[in-house]
Design a protein around this ligand. Structure first.
Ligand SMILES: [Zn+2]
Length: 327
């Protein structure tokens, strides 16, 4: 219902890896109509999806290796492309990622954000049908394909590291430079260089070991089904004002108040939930019953929330939801 109301006022156009084609999030160029012009948008392995935490398959994948994430990077460009805010690295070598579900190296292409009209929605993927106010997509292309343009022609061409945001009372200092840059790129097709060196790790959550992973698509036309998604469980915490700064970004048609695609059918896909094997082994498991059941009353007795991983996920998420309801 909120989408419908918003659609009366907003005409937001957004592009991701591809360029040039016009489509939007409202009206007759909205997501409902993408499939008419872009066949793959009507495919069976589309993104985003809802992740049902009780249906994920727990796995322990090889360690995810993030190369160059703690480098201090100069000459980082922040661009309003009329559809979202892009952060791009100009200097070589670009950060890269390997390990986890990936069978080789993926090179950083760009990162961008998806947000909603207010703090109750805006993320693309959902967890147990809950939305987060914003989502970060770090897009990487498989090294052997040489470029993002070539990579989108291959089913394993891209990987996106996705991070959710949630509200906090305290400002996240690493986002100060980004919000400052946003103020200088409110108009479409404007770009600034960040005032200070930029480190990927600084803007990410602490826990990078727990994530959901599944095969999906670009969330914008042409919706190519070429993405290995990694959705990290721990959200990044920003203040309302820090998230609000993104809603000041304008397209040619006014403020971009939302730029997320609705969830798509999961179909026959399985979502894997990667846990840290060491963490799992060293925590005592006392409950051999149905570990997929949440028992808040037992946790109150002082059991470590790490003893059973899926319930602990639910516990953490229920805290997030409680916060979002209060706010
Ligand atoms: Zn995206």
């Amino acid at each position: 219902m909120q989408f419908v109301v918003a659609s009366l006022f907003v005409f937001a156009v957004f592009q991701e890896v591809t360029h040039g084609e016009e489509f939007g999030y409202d009206g007759n160029i909205g997501p409902m109509y993408w499939g008419e012009r872009y066949r793959e948008c009507a495919g069976k392995h589309q993104s985003p999806i809802n992740i049902n935490v009780l249906r994920v398959k727990q796995v322990t994948l090889p360690e995810l290796v993030l190369v160059g994430f703690d480098d201090s990077i100069d000459n980082v460009h922040v661009t309003n492309n009329g559809h979202t805010v892009l952060i791009e690295v100009k200097n070589e070598p670009h950060p890269r990622v390997r390990g986890g579900p990936l069978d080789s190296d993926y090179i950083f292409s760009q990162m961008h954000f998806h947000w909603g009209d207010n703090d109750t929605f805006g993320s693309e993927d959902k967890i147990n049908h809950r939305s987060f106010p914003m989502e970060l997509h770090m897009v990487f292309y498989k090294e052997e394909y040489k470029s993002p343009t070539e990579a989108v022609k291959h089913s394993d061409g891209l990987t996106v590291l996705a991070f959710f945001y949630e509200l906090d009372r305290h400002q996240h200092p690493a986002y100060d430079d980004i919000t400052l840059a946003l103020q200088n790129v409110t108009e479409p097709h404007t770009s600034v260089v960040m005032s200070h060196p930029f480190s990927f790790l600084n803007i990410l959550p602490y826990d990078l070991k727990r994530y959901f992973t599944y095969r999906g698509s670009l969330t914008t036309p042409p919706c190519s089904e070429v993405v290995i998604w990694l959705d990290f469980e721990q959200p990044i915490r920003l203040t309302h004002e820090q998230i609000e700064a993104f809603r000041e970004i304008r397209s040619a048609h006014g403020k971009i108040t939302h730029n997320f695609r609705p969830i798509q059918p999961i179909g026959d896909r399985v979502v894997f939930y990667n846990i840290d094997n060491n963490y799992y082994v060293y925590n005592e498991i006392e409950d051999h019953e149905d570990t997929t059941t949440v028992r808040p009353s037992r946790r109150k007795k002082g059991r470590s929330s790490g003893t059973s991983l899926v319930p602990s996920t639910l516990s953490a998420l229920s805290v997030i939801y409680a916060l979002s309801i209060n706010l």
